[in-house]
Design a binder for this molecule. Structure first.
Ligand code: ZN
Length: 199
């Protein structure tokens, strides 16, 4: 992918700070490059679109809410000593709330290729995990992002796997949970308690 150097908003000559992939129904629908200011304008426009079209969903603590990937945001750092920052923005399916998860560049690359449907000649880790689950005659029921370490500022997730009558919970990073969900078609859920604590 050829990376644009100048903000994609007409009339703006600022350097690009963020490359954004918009996602709908698990497929990339738009690619944009923004300076930080126009990135914020873009986020505000997406938020207001959701708050107009979607009433807040009625849910209670203990619920798990269906979410899906809405944006991949790659913050480009020109300084080689600064690490890349990548965010996955997940949006509530029948409401307006969003959750932002930071992931690494390698995980971003995997998610991007999964969304774009790019074939891989050799199985990546999430594909190997998916094959392992199905080889054991088990089914990935869903993935749940259900905890946040307030000190470390990172989220944790679980895979919920069913094998016959047996239910198995597996601890994973959210990026692995999301890539497995995308590659198997499993739903992504977020614990209501997490949304309440994130404000
Ligand atoms: Zn701009």
């Amino acid at each position: 992918m050829e990376l644009a150097k100048v903000c994609g908003i007409i009339g703006c000559s600022n350097e690009v700070s963020v490359y954004v992939t918009e996602v709908l129904h698990r497929r990339p629908i738009n690619q944009n490059a923004f300076c930080l200011e126009h990135f914020q304008t873009f986020l505000n426009s997406i938020d207001s679109k959701h708050s107009v079209s979607q009433p807040p969903s009625a849910s209670v603590a203990g619920d798990e809410i269906l979410f899906d990937v809405e944006l991949l945001c790659f913050f480009y750092r020109r300084d080689i000593h600064q690490g890349d920052i990548v965010q996955v923005h997940l949006r509530e399916e029948s409401g307006s709330r969003a959750i932002i998860i930071e992931i690494g560049y390698c995980e971003y690359s995997v998610l991007y290729h999964l969304l774009a449907g790019a074939p891989r000649s050799r199985p990546l880790t999430h594909q190997a995990m998916a094959s392992t689950i199905s080889s054991l005659q088990a089914l990935l029921k869903d993935v749940v992002i259900d905890r946040k370490d307030e000190k470390e500022h990172h989220f944790s997730a679980h895979l919920r796997i069913e094998q016959g009558n047996r239910a198995v919970l597996v601890d994973v990073r959210p990026s692995d949970a999301i890539s497995l969900a995308l590659s198997t078609g499993a739903p992504i859920r977020v614990a209501e308690s997490l949304l309440l604590s994130s404000g």
